[in-house]
Design a protein around this ligand. Structure first.
Ligand code: C5P
Length: 322
């Protein structure tokens, strides 16, 4: 086999309940993940035994089923690659090595990452590249590990990586790595407003702890209103049910995010929230035309670096060329 290409999606969290810090430093989570139509691609090619390398390139926005070429307001510039490690720290490369160690395969791999998902944007860009690398190398090397084993390896790489393998809409518990599909129907239209510079996830969690300042924090729960809205496929009910415990911390670290959220609401978004640890903000629209209106409103204010229309849910990491 010459090479295998895998496409893997960005995620947003429809609810992100954050509990107290655990003994291992992570926080217990109760979250609903939702994969959206913005994709990175990872191509894995053969390399001599024990040799692993990665090359990272920026791709213009890949918003799946939205025709960006015909869309005057949707940002299709390439994301900045600042902060993507190209050495052994790269999460996709670590994923390939982990799979090789676990299976005892002696082959190496060269990975080419085509990034559309903003770096450190709260959209799981690094995690989804790791999920894609697991799937790509599993096919390239013919190791053929079952999904359950890939999930286990994914959890060792990062809290969001198991979800990026499955995609769709799923609940997450533990530190986020225990995923199970959520009962839901419908497809939702979102606008993602991407900031110029990323936010560090550990810094946002640390800010949450600082804000809580030793107060008694209950174990987190997924709101019933959110699950009911998803079950009935009701975007109007979903909007006000969106929650994110990381949002106050992200807004404190980046006050302009508060203004951006208010602007999106003023543009008629059904719901507005910081995505994960931010700084990307996600706005829920009624339909494609409404999403375009929200894009126009946000873009004309110039308060964010780029806006993208996406839909969700979409599948997780999957082979698109082999
Ligand atoms: O799991 P992952 O490596 O993606 O997490 C990145 C960082 O986010 C962790 O080092 C930790 O600071 C924070 N985190 C957390 N609790 C979680 C998930 C992430 O504190 N459940």
């Amino acid at each position: 086999m010459t090479s295998v290409t895998v496409q893997a999606p960005a995620k947003i969290n429809l609810s992100l309940g954050v509990g107290p810090p655990r003994d291992d430093g992570y926080h217990s989570l109760a979250t609903v993940y939702h994969a959206v139509s913005m994709f990175d691609r990872v191509q894995a090619s053969p390399a001599p035994a024990g040799e692993f390398s990665v090359e990272v390139t920026a791709c213009a926005g890949d918003a799946g089923d939205v025709d960006e070429a015909a869309d005057p307001v949707v940002d299709s510039r390439s994301p900045s690659l600042d902060g993507v490690p190209t050495g052994a720290d790269n999460l996709a490369l670590r994923a390939a090595r982990l799979l090789a160690d676990y299976t005892g395969v002696t082959a190496g791999a060269h990975l080419r990452l085509g990034k559309s998902i903003p770096v450190a944007g709260g959209l799981a860009g690094g995690s989804t590249d790791a999920a894609a690398a697991l799937v790509a190398c599993n096919v390239l090397w013919g190791t053929d590990l079952p999904a359950e084993d890939l999930q286990h390896l994914a959890a060792r790489l990062g809290s969001d990586v198991p979800f990026c393998l499955v995609g769709g809409t799923a609940t997450g518990s533990g530190r986020g790595e225990e995923v199970s599909p959520a009962l839901m129907q419908g497809s939702y239209h979102w606008v993602l407003a991407v900031a110029d510079q990323g936010l560090s996830t550990p810094a946002v969690y640390a800010e949450v702890d600082r804000l809580r300042d030793g107060s008694d924090v209950p174990e987190p729960k997924i709101p019933d209103a959110l699950m009911n809205a998803l079950r009935s496929g009701d975007a109007k009910a979903l909007g006000p049910a969106l929650t994110n415990d990381l949002e106050p911390a992200a807004v404190l670290l980046r006050p302009e995010l508060g203004e951006l959220l208010r602007l999106g609401e003023a543009c008629g978004a059904l719901g507005a929230m910081v995505s994960g640890s931010g700084p990307t903000c996600a706005f829920l629209a009624n339909d494609e035309a409404h999403a375009l209106d929200i894009c126009l409103g946000l873009a004309s204010a110039g308060s964010c670096q780029g806006v993208h229309r996406v839909t969700g849910p979409v599948p997780g990491a999957r082979v698109v060329d082999a």
